[in-house]
Design a protein around this ligand. Structure first.
Ligand SMILES: [Zn+2]
Length: 646
């Protein structure tokens, strides 16, 4: 996934947790500069390795007794009822030969019938559904008679299924047809089908999908190559964890970018999307050259309606992307590199539990940066590193529970979504930059390739990574890094003492202009922003001092019209500053943005900022209008933010 859903309030930025007066200086401190001096204090505390989390705590599945190996879906997508209705046939193997039950995860599923196959015949078997947990859903326990290795479950999803979003025609770009898509990471596959919903279990899958005749269905699998007739078949021959099961149905068009790469999107944006993402083949070539062949067949991108709550989701063969990446100048395609990189880190080598999420996201963020360097050059990659480093600093500064600043997270995190923070993404990425620096690029590249090769199609823990690192790179290059330095990264809190803050030279000019303008030595109109990249603008805005004042913001806005930037990242960064400074002229644009975009990275902090800075009325007014646009995941998060605190 790409970036930070921040589900749990423990991870909500300081603005939501503290009074504005107490919080603003704290955040401003970390925004002033991105040098190492401004980093939160290094704790020096390196807890002992906690060992792998033996069993995923966020699943009911008894995968140590009976393990699902294949899923065959046969489903109808019913827009009028907002449900998926059909059967799920699961093939399983008995890990324990005497296993007599198969336990699956479900969430809000109506289970009508369960059968087991004995010989050629399907026979009803006993099943029970356990109590409903608000996070985990309910276990579905099925009695499995001795010879059977297949069960068939007749079921339907709830219209409120957490993993599915049903959009009416008005909520799409085209406005003529409804749209449905899934978002199953981290634990929402269980709201789409009964499965063993843990990254520790991999399965192949097939699907027969019936939809309205004029709509196209696509899945994270080999696509149906037949006509658009409402009757589609899919096959996913590579085993994947349930969170990578994905479906979308809508008025979708397709444009090829190369022979093996293409873009699906609504007809009105498919051309622009194919143009924006035309460098994806070069990214794939760069990744294959570094880390070995792409092992999944085709790689396509699906651009979703604006309600998609994430930047991207690495559904194999078909990454799901937010339309907010379509900036027109390829400045935000790092997210494409990110989702593609997951074809090695995450989809191929998968974190065994969500406490090891840095193995998916940190490794992917590193690979993403390498692909950006290969395709767009070192300066762009350096700037993106620096922007990410600033994000990490701000996040750590707002973190109340410091145990969540560890790469290997405690096994008792409240919800898997807690694992998807900049700690996993950026601290994880910088751990790999640290290793690359110490061991040299050639040796480190060979190490990372060997990690992917040795763990392909397997679930892996932080301990597995450490073990592989020690036996290969460290053993072959004694003295380049000590075990305690490495363990400080893996198990320590906060920023490690060996982290190196990036200092891209392209930001120095930005800083000079900013400082001259802040000191009154030059007017806003004299800032030579012509030719600044998106990353330079982000640096300029993110590092504005806290006391810039709304007068200065007005000057900037009058020359650069930042309140109406078509670049979602620049607009977002600007809106945060505008809210913090009480710059009222930006508020109407912020309200429009919240009603147009459902991407969590943008909307959660903006709602938090509005509430914290006495703009709750605006926040509530925007949400009342925007709610039907937002994905259920985003609705729940925004409602948590808007809850009265006393
Ligand atoms: Zn990711």
């Amino acid at each position: 996934m790409s970036v930070t859903p921040f589900k749990n309030t423990r991870f909500v930025s300081c603005l939501a947790l503290l009074a504005a007066t107490a919080c603003a200086p704290k955040e401003a401190d970390t925004q002033e500069t991105m040098t190492a001096e401004a980093a939160p204090p290094i704790t020096g505390k390196t807890p002992a390795p906690v060992g792998p989390v033996e069993k995923d705590p966020f699943t009911y599945a008894n995968y140590d007794e009976a393990r699902v190996t294949n899923l065959a879906l046969d489903i109808n997508v019913l827009f009028a009822e907002k449900t998926i209705d059909g059967t799920a046939t699961l093939t399983f193997e008995r890990v324990k030969p005497d296993a007599s039950r198969l336990v699956l995860d479900t969430n809000d599923l109506e289970i009508r019938k369960v059968e087991a196959k004995s010989g050629a015949a399907w026979t009803p078997v006993k099943f029970s559904i356990g109590p409903d947990d608000p996070n985990l859903g309910s276990p579905l326990e099925i009695e499995i008679p001795a010879p059977a290795n297949e069960v068939r479950i007749s079921y339907r999803t709830s219209p409120a299924a957490e993993g599915l979003q049903w959009l009416n025609a008005k909520q799409t770009a085209g406005g003529a047809h409804p749209f449905m898509y899934s978002q199953n990471q981290a634990i929402n596959a269980r709201s789409m089908a009964p499965v063993q919903d843990t990254p520790a279990v991999r399965m192949t899958y097939t699907a027969k999908v019936r939809t309205p005749r004029n709509l196209l269905a696509v899945m994270s699998a080999a696509q149906d190559e037949g006509p658009r007739d409402g009757d589609y078949e899919f096959s996913m021959p590579q085993p994947v964890p349930a969170y990578l099961l994905a479906i979308a149905v809508g008025d979708l068009d397709f444009r090829a970018v190369s022979e093996t790469i293409g873009v699906y999107a609504e007809p009105s944006i498919v051309e622009a999307a194919a143009k924006e993402f035309e460098d994806t083949p070069q990214m794939e070539q760069a990744a294959s050259a570094l880390y070995g062949p792409y092992r999944w067949g085709r790689y396509d991108l699906l651009v979703l309606p604006p309600s998609f709550p994430f930047g991207g989701m690495e559904n194999p063969r078909l990454s799901f992307m937010t339309p907010t990446l379509l900036a027109g100048d390829k400045s935000l395609v790092g997210t494409v590199a990110h989702e593609l990189a997951h074809s090695w880190s995450g989809n191929l080598v998968t974190n065994a539990t969500w406490s090891d999420a840095w193995l998916n996201e940190g490794v992917t963020s590193y690979v993403e940066n390498r692909l950006m360097e290969a395709v767009f050059g070192e300066e762009r990659a350096q700037m993106e590193q620096a922007i990410a480093f600033g994000d990490l600093q701000r996040e750590l500064a707002g973190l109340e529970d410091t145990s969540l600043s560890r790469l290997q997270l405690p096994s008792d995190i409240a919800h898997p979504d807690d694992a998807f923070s900049d700690v996993a993404y950026v601290k994880g990425q910088f751990f790999l930059h640290f290793l690359e620096t110490r061991y040299g690029r050639t040796a480190f590249d060979a190490f990372l390739k060997s990690w992917f090769d040795s763990r392909a199609f397997k679930a892996s823990t932080t301990a597995d990574f450490r073990d592989h690192l020690m036996k290969t790179l460290v053993a072959q290059n004694p003295g380049a890094a000590s075990a305690s330095e490495i363990d400080e990264w893996l198990y320590g809190e906060g920023l490690p003492s060996t982290i190196a803050a990036p200092q891209p030279s392209a930001f120095e000019a930005v800083e000079r202009e900013q400082s001259a303008w802040m000191n009154g030595e030059m007017a806003a109109k004299a800032i030579t922003a012509d030719g600044w990249t998106t990353q330079q603008w982000l640096h300029f805005i993110n590092t504005l001092p806290a006391n810039a004042g709304s007068g200065r913001l007005r000057d900037l806005d009058s020359f650069f019209d930042l309140s109406h930037s078509a670049n979602a990242e620049i607009a977002f960064a600007w809106y945060r500053r505008a809210i913090a400074e009480g710059y009222a002229p930006a508020l109407p644009a912020i309200e429009q943005f919240l009603k147009r975009v459902g991407r969590g990275k943008f909307i959660y902090p903006l709602y938090e900022d509005l509430v914290a800075h006495d703009e709750r009325d605006l926040a509530e007014r925007a949400y009342a209008k925007a709610k039907p646009l937002y994905h259920p995941i985003a609705q729940r998060r925004v409602e948590e933010i808007l809850q009265p605190t006393n």
